[in-house]
Each structure stands twice: as structure tokens, then as C-alpha cells.
Design a protein around this ligand. Sequence first.
Ligand code: R5P
Length: 295
Amino acid sequence: MKPLLLTLFSEDLLTEELCNHLNVEVGTCELREFPDGETYLKIDDSINKRDVIIFDSLYKPNEKIVALIFAVETLKELGANSVGLVAPYLSYMRQDKRFKPGEAITSNYFASLISHYFDWMVTIDPHLHRHHSLDEIYSIPTVVVHAASVISEWIMKNIEKPIVIGPDIESEQWVSKVAKEANAPFLVLEKIRRGDRDVEVSNPDVEKYRDHTPVLVDDIISTARTMIETVKHIRNAKMKDPVCIGVHAVFSGDAYEALKASGASKIISCNTIIHPTNEIDLSDVIVKAINELNE
Ligand code: R5P
């Protein structure tokens, strides 16, 4: 029997592509709130002995996690053979250390929670910094899909003479790969974060790249302060107005408007979270990863 593909939060962009290219049957469920705010969930399909794939990006995870847990509990009670999670954006990866006494290391707790309920997980470019691999915190099999090659292709098609720029040392892992595959040079800057919205980025050594088009690449754009500070430095250095590329378009609050106003010539993202900036389609790479896993 084909695996059943379910999504609880249907706004997710990749679902249609997945349905068309995966050897799955698409299931349905009813998810709504009772008048008191509690969750009602009903799985519409016959589940007995089936493998089930839940596809949901974990952007705004607190709004989703209870329903996801209820879904897995229900599926297992109904006899599911396995329940895997495809989460193009994996949340709770950035608080990977106790920076101040008493802080919760939420990346670890979230990983335990997901590992407890799901049998496997596929995700795209999770924010790995102090954790070097998902295996350090997730106890289930995980597959990480990378957006770098697809971003490189986009750069090669759309940007003449690019210089790929990463705002901080964490970004070196993807910036170096993107630059290599796009046959472009790259620079990695230094970032100091003093608070959620207080970020400073070092001056780039840009003299020799004044005739290049700066392409800023980061994994997550959340408050966009990292990108905005980087754009400011690029402009102060009299380089061309930069193109900003984020894998995950989190864009909290007014972040998108603020980044647009900062002087970026173009802002684009991959479709791991639905957003007007989505221009780089990762359907093919995620479909390939899920198919490989199922084989
Ligand atoms: C952290 O190091 C990440 O790679 C991003 O640079 C960061 O998450 C961006 O956050 P924000 O948009 O809030 O500055």
C-alpha cells in the first residue's frame, strides 16, 4: 500500500508538488478549534498498517505542535506502521546553548519532543551552529536536504558577476558551497548580536569587488536585522545595491518591509515557508530525499 501523505496546515507551498511527484496517496483530516480554543482533529482515511508522512513546515511552531502531537497519537492508535515528518523549515534550532544562567536550551527539548513522536524526519538546511549534526539532538533517523545547489543555479541564471557574502561565521558553511557552485568569489563577515533586534556586522573587505553584484546569503531571515546591517555596510562601502537571499523566509513582524527599505535591490527566498519572496523552488530536492528515504 502506498504511504499516506497528510498536511495539517495546508498553506504550505510544497504540498502540491510533493503530491504530484511522490508515490503517495494524499490523505485528508479535519483540524479545527473548539469554541474554547482546544483542538479538534479527525483523520479521514483508513490507516491500519500504513506508513504515513506528515508534511508541515514548522514556522510558528507553537501554533502547530499540539495538533501535530495529537495527529501522531491518533495515527498510531489507528494502526499506522510509521509516521514520518517532512518539515521544510525546522524551528527551535537557534537556542542551542545556555547563553545566560537559567535559560532553556530549547533546541534540545524540541528535538526530544519530535523524536518521541515521529519515526523519521526530513528537513531543509536546519540552523546547525553549535550542534554540528541533527544526530546530536534528534534520536530518530533524519535527512537534511541542502538548498545550496539550487541557490547557485538561481545566481548563475540571474546575476552577472556575483560576489557571495555571508553575514557571519555560521553562514560560511552554505555561502562557500553556494559560491563554489556558482563559480563566484565569497566573503564572510563578522556579526555581533547584542539582542533580538540589535545586530552589528563588520565592514567587509570589499575594495576589489566594487564592480561585482553583492549577493547576501543567509539561512534564516527572521527580524532581518542581520541582513539590514549587512546591506548598510555594503552600501557604505559604495558597492552595488545587494541582492538578499534567505533559505527560510521567517520575516517576523515588520522585517520584510524594513529590509526592503534598507536598500536591497532584490529580496528572494526558497519556498520552505510561504512568502511573497519565494522564488527558488526546492520541490525537486525534497522529493528526491523523501523518495530515497522510502526506498
Ligand atoms: C543566525 O546566525 C542565522 O544564521 C541568521 O543569521 C539569523 O537567524 C538571522 O536572524 P535575524 O534575521 O533575526 O537577524
